[in-house]
Design a binder for this molecule. Structure first.
Ligand code: C2E
Ligand code: MG
Ligand code: MG
Length: 749
């Protein structure tokens, strides 16, 4: 459709066209006339040209009925209405394509002089993005259907117009005319765009921060996840029953309560809970929802944000685990054990039931740990914890209190025999050899048992009782259990007092070293001696080492005491050597505890050097256990002794593992046959045979043999007959103070 152009009219129409209002330079008040009425015969109603026709006289109120408005009145009203509503009107003749604009429309479309006179030029004004839609609407109208209603931009400039047009047939003969009205909607569009931008920014922010966004209706009965993809929150959880569909069952009751409270108070709701995530798992979120209200203050909906706190929860969980569980064995630790014990006591109280508390201590574990190293010790503890756990019921609690101390809380006892059976099962399980790599390690356990409510009614007392009962089991020979009795309490007090007294004994000069001669059996001459410790207690008199050495070992005091004994032995050896004019050897007992390296320990060979004594002046007596679980520290010490000329004896041979294998592995010089074999030799042929065999084997291995505890001439004779090298016993002499011993030197027995 090509429309003839009326250039003159067009020129006139646009001659005073205003600046483009959407570009912001001019407002509607700057608009000028654009459509001279002469050129717009068919549209007198939309002409905005002020009329020069004088107004008719206003109707006189006195004349009664109001006079009908004049054409000028109507025109003025229309002009005013159009100016106020800021609507621009345009008119398009469909047949000819001629187009005309009123002032406001011309300003809106940014029409310059002679710019637009037909529909093609008009379309060129429309932004290319909306032009096709605009043209399509016009074409449809022309074909007899629809209307034009479109938001569009102009080809030039960033502004937006909302244009609407409708066909108006002025009569069958008259050409079809399209009346269009356009409004500047730039401000709204800008606001919308800004809103969209900020929404997008907000969304991007949420995505970047791993947040999820949701919305709930006023009574929280419905929930919609607006954005949860970045947290993998399941998408099909929207709507009703969100609590059931989305929230972890354990968190539902509390969350429902928090929701009810928030609804009641109209306050924000904050909660940490687990939500269902894609893949079927649960994820932790910190959720916060705030109410949105209308002008009247009534809540219309809730807007909420959920933050991913999985990492924090994981850290918290780890910390909690570390605070309550033993890292090595995975068992509850001391702290959780206390909680459980208190809890079980309350439960037993309510149900009038008994409960048993067992303290389990691995016998000689410290020895193994020191000798074989901590890595082996750790593996033993893990294995021991598994064995103990396997002996109790699911409802019982096994905990590790530290070191080699375990505890078990046995509940729902029913029969008391169950406690004893369990204790026995635990002892039997721990006495089985532990196989680590190629090594077989032998342990045992001492178990102390106390009962709620017969022995004590609170946790602290029960713990103290079980501990004392455990010590009683140890003192009774280990590898057994013991029930708590009131007598144990006294023993425990005694033990603590002993340790405290022993602490001062060394400084206060209460300790003495006595010497017992060791005789060369063939000649009967005193060949050497053993240094044996005595404690002259100010109140209790002379105390045997078998009584107090275990306390010294438990408390660590054995280190200082042991070094002091060695010094006394070395000084005695020095005096004896001078007196005899030849080297004289003295044996010193060394506890396994003394093989643990520590910074202040005395270097024995260096000390001998300072006294001008050869290394062979001292024999170090160790027990079989030290060799059986020899750690690097033990091996090093033995090699150092060997290099320095000190000799090494295996004490109490036959009472422990009695393995000959290690005798070959280490630089050993003497075997001391335990006195229990000597004691019955004269009347027990089996003992006799064993002693004989030990002597033969020792000689085969190039070791010399000392028989301990010789009390009779018959024992002496049997040992001489068996080829034993040395003898020690009351037959020759008891252990006596240094002065006495030294004065008897040179005697023959
Ligand atoms: P032991 O090293 O086997 O010492 C021998 C023990 O047998 C001594 O007991 C000694 O008095 C005793 N004895 C010697 N001959 C006879 C006898 O004919 N008949 C009987 N019935 N007993 C005899 P003692 O002095 O009571 O020492 C006991 C244990 O205490 C020692 O056994 C040793 O293991 C330990 N001990 C003693 N002094 C020390 C020390 O300074 N350090 C360490 N770590 N342990 C020590
Ligand atoms: Mg000894
Ligand atoms: Mg001995």
């Amino acid at each position: 459709m090509k429309l003839p152009e009326n250039k003159a009219a067009s020129h006139q129409r646009h001659a005073l066209s205003a600046q483009h209002p959407i570009l912001g330079a001019a407002g509607p008040e700057h608009l000028h006339a654009c459509l001279p009425r002469a050129a717009d015969k068919t549209a007198p109603a939309i002409s905005t040209t002020p009329s020069s026709t004088p107004s008719p006289a206003p109707s006189s109120p006195a004349s009664g009925a109001p006079a009908p408005p004049t054409l000028q009145d109507q025109q003025e009203r229309l002009d005013a209405a159009l100016a106020i509503s800021q609507i621009g009107i345009w008119r398009l003749e469909l047949d000819t394509g001629a187009i005309s604009f009123d002032r406001q429309a011309a300003a809106m479309f940014g029409l310059a002089a002679d710019a637009v006179s037909n529909d093609e030029q008009f379309l060129a004004l429309i932004h290319t993005a909306e032009r096709a839609a605009f043209a399509g609407s016009l074409a449809r109208i022309r074909d007899g259907g629809g209307a034009l209603d479109i938001e569009h931009r102009l080809h030039r400039g960033p502004g937006w117009l909302h244009s609407r047009a409708r066909l108006r047939n002025t009569g069958a003969a008259a050409p079809a005319v399209l009346f269009g009205a356009s409004v500047d909607i730039s401000a709204r569009k800008l606001a919308e765009l800004a809103l969209r931008d900020s929404a997008q920014h907000y969304k991007a922010l949420i995505m970047a921060c791993s947040h999820a966004l949701y919305r709930m209706n006023a009574d929280m009965s419905e929930m919609h996840v607006l954005e949860g993809k970045n947290m993998n929150i399941v998408a099909d959880c929207d709507g009703r029953n969100w609590l059931q569909k989305l929230v972890h069952p354990d968190d539902r009751p509390q969350l429902a309560l928090a929701c009810a409270q928030a609804l009641q108070n109209g306050s924000a709701i904050e909660f940490e809970h687990r939500v269902r995530v894609l893949g079927g798992g649960w994820g932790w979120v910190a959720s916060r929802a705030v109410p949105l209200r209308d002008e009247a203050g009534v809540i219309t909906e809730w807007l909420g944000m959920a933050t991913d706190i999985n990492d924090r929860k994981q850290t918290e969980e780890n910390l909690w685990w570390r605070a309550n569980f033993d890292v090595l064995t995975g068992l509850p630790n001391r702290s959780l054990f206390h909680d459980r014990l208190n809890y079980e006591i309350k439960k037993a109280q309510r149900s009038a039931q008994q409960l048993a508390l067992l303290f389990i201590d691995l016998d000689r574990f410290k020895e193994v740990n020191d000798l074989l190293g901590h890595a082996v010790g750790d593996r033993l503890l893990v294995e021991a914890s598994l064995r103990i756990n396997a002996c109790v019921r699911q409802s019982d609690t096994v905990a590790r209190l530290g070191g080699d101390e375990f505890t078990a809380i046995l509940t729902d006892l029913g029969e008391l025999s169950h406690v004893e059976n369990t204790a026995q099962k635990i002892i039997a399980a721990l006495v089985e050899p532990f196989r680590l790599d190629d090594e077989e390690i032998y342990l045992s356990a001492s178990v102390g048992i106390t009962l709620y409510a017969s022995d004590a009614k609170n946790a602290d007392d029960l713990i103290r009782n079980a501990d004392q009962a455990m010590y009683a089991a140890k003192n009774a020979g280990r590898n057994q259990f013991s029930y708590f009795t009131p007598g144990m309490q006294q023993q425990a007090h005694k033990r603590l007092r002993m340790i405290s007294d022993l602490r001062n004994a060394l400084h206060d000069g209460q300790l003495e070293v006595h010497f017992q001669p060791v005789v060369a059996l063939a000649s009967g001459a005193i060949s050497k001696a053993e240094a044996l410790l005595r404690w002259r207690h100010p109140r209790h008199g002379l105390i045997e080492p078998t009584v107090f050495i275990p306390y010294a070992e438990d408390s660590g005091l054995i280190n200082d005491i042991g070094d002091w004994v060695f010094e006394q032995a070395a000084l005695c050896a020095q005096r004896c050597s001078r007196r005899l004019g030849r080297a004289f050897q003295i044996s010193v007992n060394r506890s396994p505890v003394q093989f643990r390296t520590r910074p202040t320990q005395l270097n024995w060979s260096a000390y001998l050097g300072r006294l001008g004594l050869p290394g062979s002046s001292i024999t170090v007596e160790i027990t079989e256990g030290v060799l059986l679980h020899a750690s690097a520290a033990v091996t090093d010490s033995l090699l150092q002794y060997h290099d320095a000329g000190l000799e090494v004896a295996i004490d109490d041979f036959g009472t422990g593992y009695s393995s000959m294998a290690y005798l070959k592995k280490f630089p050993i010089d003497y075997l001391k046959i335990d006195q229990s074999f000597i004691h019955d030799m004269h009347r027990n042929s089996a003992d006799r045979a064993i002693v004989k065999a030990m002597i033969v084997m020792a000689h085969e291995l190039d070791l010399r043999v000392v028989a301990e505890g010789i009390e009779t001439r018959e024992q002496q004779r049997l040992l001489i007959d068996s080829g034993c090298d040395f003898g020690q016993g009351f037959l020759f002499s008891r252990a006596v103070p240094a002065r006495e011993f030294e004065s008897g030197l040179g005697l023959r027995h």
